[in-house]
Design a protein around this ligand. Structure first.
Ligand code: BGC
Ligand code: CA
Length: 149
């Protein structure tokens, strides 16, 4: 094999690898063009977001049921998602995706939630039922980070 044909072969191999591989780092799992990481350490919502940011990621932005099904399949516990109440203190029922501060168009609340129990539930957890609950942001939970491939 000439050096030329060996180079072509290598380029084709690398190209196919880029197209076909999941391309997520070790410890991250690919789904629909994004990479996800389960943080098993329990943290406040803000600390969980900071920990994601430190890995060039953000608390998971759940856009639809398929993504929810995938992410809830990664761990069997409650965890923070990247959604929180807008206008904290104003008791709004507007929920923002903290990644891009757009309003959450997909939601999946548990029955009777969000109830703002105690008046300070401004962050969102996913329960083991895979449904959402508003919860105080100072509670300490596991979390899932997301980033592009
Ligand atoms: C309630 C939730 C609330 C949580 C606070 C639960 O019993 O159902 O609405 O967020 O307690 O810990
Ligand atoms: Ca609640």
């Amino acid at each position: 094999m000439t050096i030329f044909s060996a180079s072509i072969f290598t380029l084709l191999f690398l190209g196919a690898h880029l197209i076909l591989c999941s391309c997520c780092e070790d410890g991250w799992t690919e789904h629909s063009g994004h990479c996800y990481y389960v943080e098993q350490g329990k943290m406040t919502f803000d600390d969980a977001q900071c920990a994601c940011n430190a890995n060039d990621a953000y608390l998971v932005k759940l856009d639809n049921q398929a993504e929810t099904d995938f992410v809830t399949g990664l761990l069997k516990d409650t965890f923070w998602i990247g959604t929180r109440r807008a206008c904290v203190g104003g008791d709004s029922n507007i929920w923002l995706m903290i990644h891009d501060l757009t309003e959450a168009t997909f939601t999946s609340w548990s029955p009777h939630e969000p109830n703002n129990s105690g008046g300070n539930e401004n962050c969102v957890e996913i329960r083991t039922s895979n449904l959402w609950n508003d919860l105080e942001c100072s509670d300490e939970l596991k979390s899932v980070c997301e980033r592009g491939k």
